[in-house]
Ligand binder design. Sequence first.
Ligand code: UFG
Length: 339
Amino acid sequence: MSILITGGAGYIGSHMVLQLLNEQEKVVVLDNLSTGFHWSVPPCAIFVKGDVGDQELVTNIIQDHQVTAIVHFAASSVVPESLRDPMGYYYNNTAKSCALIRTALKQGIKHFVFSSTAAVYGVTDTFVVTEDTPKKPISPYGSSKLMIEKMLSDAAASHNFNYVALRYFNVAGADPEGRIGQSTPNATHLIKVACQASLGLRPYLEIFGSDYDTTDGTGIRDYIHVSDLVAAHSATLCYLRNGGRSEVLNCGYGRGSSVLEIVNSVKQAANRDFRLKYSPRRAGDPAALIANTEKIRKTLDWRPQYNDLDLITRHALHWEEHLSREACAKDNRLTARVI
Ligand code: UFG
């Protein structure tokens, strides 16, 4: 019996693979390596390069490895990119997930964990959102994920199939043991960008908006450590295996941090100052978005271990330092070859 992890070579998926291997589960990773890295998947996990929309391939994987549950991470997840290429997002996220869910149902898969996002809420009237807060996504990315939630709900209503959709808030940090982390080039996420600025890899950190109606005028988000996020997935698998019913759960800590609080935390972790550039608000950014976490805490046996902003930024910074050292070593090897 194995668990199929789609997108298991990506940032969050690769942390999930480590978590499940640590729990002695058998893991099969399916990833097309469009944004993930083969090196981030440990050799003891089975790796298949391919696409979640390939029904024949997924059928073979499920049968060959006796897959009983699917954790579905594979997706395009850059909000501004989704505004430039909406059809690409509906195709890659919604259409391919439809194919994956159809295959799962045909093969009798009963447990499905889905990576949803707080982007399904869009701009809200309140800073803290519950799962019932109206969903008004303002990006094709958010809409593409909300459609998948709907498909899962319809699938569960008509089949012996249970799912949990976890709506992620702002995922950050890296493996506490330093094995993996967020490695996507040109990432736009605040904590990663701030770490890069602290290492001198960027001339400054741009702050998008300082006139919000928040404590210090900058945007507030609920940052969750990637290791706690994947632990929530493990708890979800356990919940579904024990007969838990289908649910949609906010996945955050229920605590907001402003952009300036992040900046200060990164400066402290790096023990270095870096330049800030104040810019106008970024289109589509809400002032604040914080998870109401009552439902996830009641539903799952989940005890977050890294609910500490300074720990999150420290782990993110360690990973960024690692990437930077690797890049230097690669440059040196290339230079040596040229000489
Ligand atoms: N920010 C800056 N400067 C930067 C980057 C970000 O000031 O260089 C600010 C943003 O304006 C925002 C906060 O930092 O106030 C967080 O921005 P991120 O880009 O790190 O994250 P978002 O909140 O925009 O997006 C995150 C996930 C998305 C998800 C969304 C749900 O990255 O995948 O939350 O709301 F869809």
